[in-house]
Write a protein that binds this ligand. Structure first.
Ligand code: FE2
Length: 370
C-alpha cells in the first residue's frame, strides 16, 4: 500500500507571495552597464567600537534572550530593534561584532525603514562602499548592494557555475581601506531551508595555528586583487556587464590587528588573495593553499547563520571570512541587501619574540606543549 507523505500543518514555511512576485519589488536588482562612480578615497577612520562601554548597557537593555551560536563566533540577540538603538547602542554593537565576529538580530523592522534611514544607521560605522558591478535598486542608492537569486535573474548562479559555491572571503579585501562592521538585511528567503551564510572566525583561525607557525606568518604581506572576479562579470555578461569602478589591487598584512580589540586575525582569503609578497610562486601557492584549506576546514571556528525575512546580520569583516551556501532549489528566490561601511587600512600585527600567546592557549598550556 502506498502512503502519501504529508507536510505537517505546523511545519514553518517562509513567506512568499501567491503569484510568485517578489515581496520587496523596490529592492529588485538594477544593472546599468554605463554607470560609473568615484572611489571614496583615503580618509581617517575612527572605529565606533572605541567609544563603546564594554558592558554594553545601551545595546543589551531590551534583550529578551541571547546566546552564542558557537564558542568562537556568532551571537544571536532577541528583543532588540537595531533601528531603535541610540548612537551609544550602535557603538556597543560595533564592539560586540568585533568581539564575536557576527551578531544576528531577528524580526527587524530594518527592511521597512526606507533607503535613506537604512543608510543613516549603517553610516555610523563608516562611509558606505559602492560595489564595482553588483546591482543596486533601480530607484535606490548605489550603496545598497542587492543580493538576488531567482529563475528570472541567474547572474549570481552564473558567476558561481562550474565551481563550488563555498568560497570563503572577506568582502572587498582588495580595497586600500577595507570594510568593517557590515550589515545584511534579508528580504525574502527560499521557501524551505537554505541560503545560509557560513561565517568563520579569522581570529581563531590564527590562534589555532602553532605559536612558531604564527610567528612565521607575522610580518608577511599579500596581494589582494578583484581582477578575476571582475573578469568573470565581463565574461559572463558581455555588453550587459557592469563595471562602475576600476579593478582594485592592494598589499595587506597576512596577520592584522583589530583596531579596537587589538586581537590578531589571519587576513587572507581564497577569493581575493593572490600571492605572498617576496615568496617565489611555488612557495606562495603552497603557503596560501595551506591557509585556505585551514579556513575552509575550520568547522570548529565557524557558525552557520540561517535567515528569515527580517533577519539582520551584523558582522565585522576584519575578524571573519564568510561564504554563501547556494544550497536551495535552483529558481527559488533569495533576496537581500548589504550595506558595507569602509573602515581602517589593515593594521599589521607586530612581530614579537615571545608574545605569550602560547600560554593563553588553554589547550596547549594544559598539555604543556608551549
Ligand atoms: Fe561576501
Amino acid at each position: 500500500m502506498v502512503t502519501e507523505s504529508k507536510v505537517p500543518a505546523n511545519k514553518v514555511v517562509r513567506p512568499v507571495s501567491e503569484d510568485g512576485s517578489p515581496l520587496y519589488p523596490d529592492y529588485m536588482p538594477f544593472y546599468d552597464p554605463l554607470e560609473k562612480v568615484e572611489d571614496i578615497g583615503p580618509f581617517e577612520h575612527f572605529d565606533p567600537g572605541h567609544r563603546a562601554d564594554p558592558a554594553k548597557p545601551n545595546l543589551f537593555k531590551d534583550v529578551t534572550k541571547m546566546w552564542d551560536i558557537s564558542p568562537h563566533i556568532g551571537t544571536e540577540i532577541h528583543g532588540v530593534q537595531v533601528s531603535q538603538l541610540s548612537p551609544e547602542g550602535l557603538d556597543e554593537l560595533a564592539l560586540l561584532a568585533a568581539e564575536r565576529g557576527a551578531v544576528v538580530f531577528r524580526n527587524q523592522d530594518f527592511k521597512d525603514l526606507g533607503f535613506e534611514k537604512q543608510k543613516d544607521i549603517v553610516r555610523h560605522f563608516g562611509p558606505l562602499h559602492v560595489h564595482g558591478w553588483a546591482p543596486h535598486p533601480k530607484n535606490g542608492p548605489v550603496e545598497h548592494m542587492i543580493i538576488y537569486d531567482h529563475k528570472d535573474d541567474l547572474r549570481v548562479r552564473k558567476s558561481w557555475a562550474r565551481q563550488s559555491p563555498i568560497q570563503f572571503h572577506t568582502d572587498q579585501s582588495p580595497e586600500p581601506q577595507t570594510p568593517g562592521t557590515t550589515f545584511i538585511c534579508m528580504l525574502e528567503s527560499p521557501s524551505g531551508a537554505g541560503g545560509d551564510t557560513i561565517i568563520s572566525s579569522s581570529v581563531r583561525a590564527f590562534e589555532r595555528l602553532s605559536p612558531r607557525f604564527r610567528k612565521r606568518l607575522e610580518g608577511l604581506t599579500a596581494i589582494h586583487s578583484n581582477s578575476d572576479v571582475a573578469s568573470a562579470e565581463i565574461n559572463n555578461n558581455g555588453t550587459k556587464a557592469v563595471m562602475r569602478r576600476d579593478m582594485v589591487s592592494n598589499e595587506h598584512p597576512v596577520v592584522i590587528v583589530h583596531p579596537v580589540t587589538k586581537r590578531k586575525a589571519l587576513y587572507v582569503n581564497p577569493v581575493y588573495t593572490r600571492r605572498i609578497v617576496g615568496f617565489d610562486k611555488e612557495e606562495s601557492d603552497y603557503l596560501l593553499k595551506f591557509l585556505f584549506d585551514h579556513i575552509i576546514r575550520g568547522q570548529d571556528f565557524s557558525c552557520r547563520v540561517r535567515y528569515e525575512p527580517g533577519t539582520v546580520l551584523v558582522w565585522d569583516q576584519r575578524v571573519t571570512n564568510h561564504s554563501q551556501t547556494l544550497d536551495y532549489a535552483p529558481g527559488e528566490r533569495r533576496h537581500a541587501f548589504r550595506l558595507t561601511p569602509i573602515a581602517n587600512k589593515p593594521i599589521p600585527s607586530l612581530v614579537e619574540e615571545d608574545d605569550g600567546e602560547c600560554e593563553k592557549d588553554e589547550m596547549r598550556a594544559q598539555l604543556n606543549i608551549c
